[in-house]
Design a binder for this molecule. Structure first.
Ligand code: ATP
Length: 309
């Protein structure tokens, strides 16, 4: 990697959230991670991340969903910035994050911010990283980070960081039911292991029926294929989510799943009007804290603007 020039200005990147259309969890590996087979879809809930040269490393977070995001060295965006800076000998930056992705919600908001930071610094520091190089740096920061750089619909294997393209037609409409509080991803995996203790867990293999459904572009075909092996564990830790799932189905969703490690629930609906109807019904029911509508697939982390001082 080349070393970074000291560049002026500020770069803003918009980055989406993800849902897992399929999340198959294999046995625990020797390194403590689980082998996964997953199909990610990037959906139109966004964080905006701005990086600008500064005298010292720092991060600030704003927006209605900013609660619970660390503003110290634990912030994944700041970690990503320092990691890349070490590799290319660059000066400090300040990272400003506007949160539109629920925190600890199973939608990979922290990973999204790390992905956005890499894309922003690539531009600010004029690194011109090849896509492979960017994805390999991303994989060292977290399992979901390469997908948030790439976006679209893609298959993930390994810990989720090894991406392969998936042929998906059409646009899907989602209603996301946000829950009070978050769920810790390690706690959900631990609960999954506890629930499956003693069971013979097979190696995870992507389901051909899901791939076939995605080729049709028909949400009615996709809905019955939505699968999440972490769902039982998330429901075991948050039994109230079962009520949200059944309310969504009762009010007309084609399908519903816990998103990743939860507690956000993703409902697939039959178009934009159906999404409005479901969002209104869920809000009126009082079983959810808040709802968001989104479509997918959308692009991964993208530069919105580069201000050159
Ligand atoms: P995943 O699905 O990737 O496991 P998640 O979507 O459930 O994660 P995140 O929003 O990524 O959860 O947050 C997980 C934890 O990471 C939070 O509790 C928070 O303390 C920490 N965190 C660090 N940096 C960030 C960030 N930039 N945005 C959100 N959370 C962050």
């Amino acid at each position: 990697m080349t070393s970074a020039p000291t560049a002026p200005g500020a770069v803003t990147v918009r980055v989406p959230a993800k849902v897992n259309l399929e999340l198959l969890v294999g046995p625990v590996r020797d390194d403590g991670y689980h082998d996964l087979s997953t199909v990610y879809q990037a959906v139109s809930l966004y964080d905006e991340v701005t990086v600008a040269p500064a005298d010292a490393w720092g991060v600030s977070v704003s927006g209605a969903l900013a609660d619970g995001v660390p503003t110290d060295g634990d912030n994944l965006a700041l970690r990503a910035a320092r990691f890349l800076a070490r590799r290319c000998d660059a000066d400090p930056v300040h990272v400003s994050i506007r949160k539109g992705i629920p925190v600890a919600g199973g939608m990979a908001g922290g990973s999204a911010d790390a992905a956005a930071t890499l894309v922003a610094l690539d531009q600010l520091w004029e690194l011109d990283l090849e896509r492979d190089e960017l994805e390999s740096v991303a994989a060292q920061l977290g399992s979901d980070v390469p997908f948030l750089v790439a976006g679209g619909t893609a298959m993930g294997s390994g810990r989720g960081e090894l991406l392969a393209p998936v042929l998906a037609r059409g646009t899907y409409h989602w209603v996301l039911a946000l829950a009070d509080g978050g769920l810790s991803t390690p706690a959900v995996y631990a609960e999954c292991d506890r629930l499956r203790a003693g069971a013979d867990v097979p190696a995870p293999v992507a389901t051909p029926a899901l791939m076939a459904a995605l080729r049709t572009g028909d949400p009615h075909e996709l809905a019955p294929q939505l699968t999440n092996d972490l769902q039982d564990a998330a429901l075991s830790l948050r039994p109230d989510l079962a009520e949200v799932l059944s309310a969504g189905m009762e009010y007309g969703a084609l399908g519903g799943i816990v998103s990743g490690s939860g507690p956000t629930i993703a409902f697939l609906v039959d178009g934009s009007e159906a999404g409005i109807d479901l969002a209104v019904a869920l809000t009126a029911s009082g079983v959810v804290r808040d709802v968001r509508r989104a479509t997918g697939p959308v692009h991964g982390a993208q530069v919105l603007h580069h201000r050159v001082d």
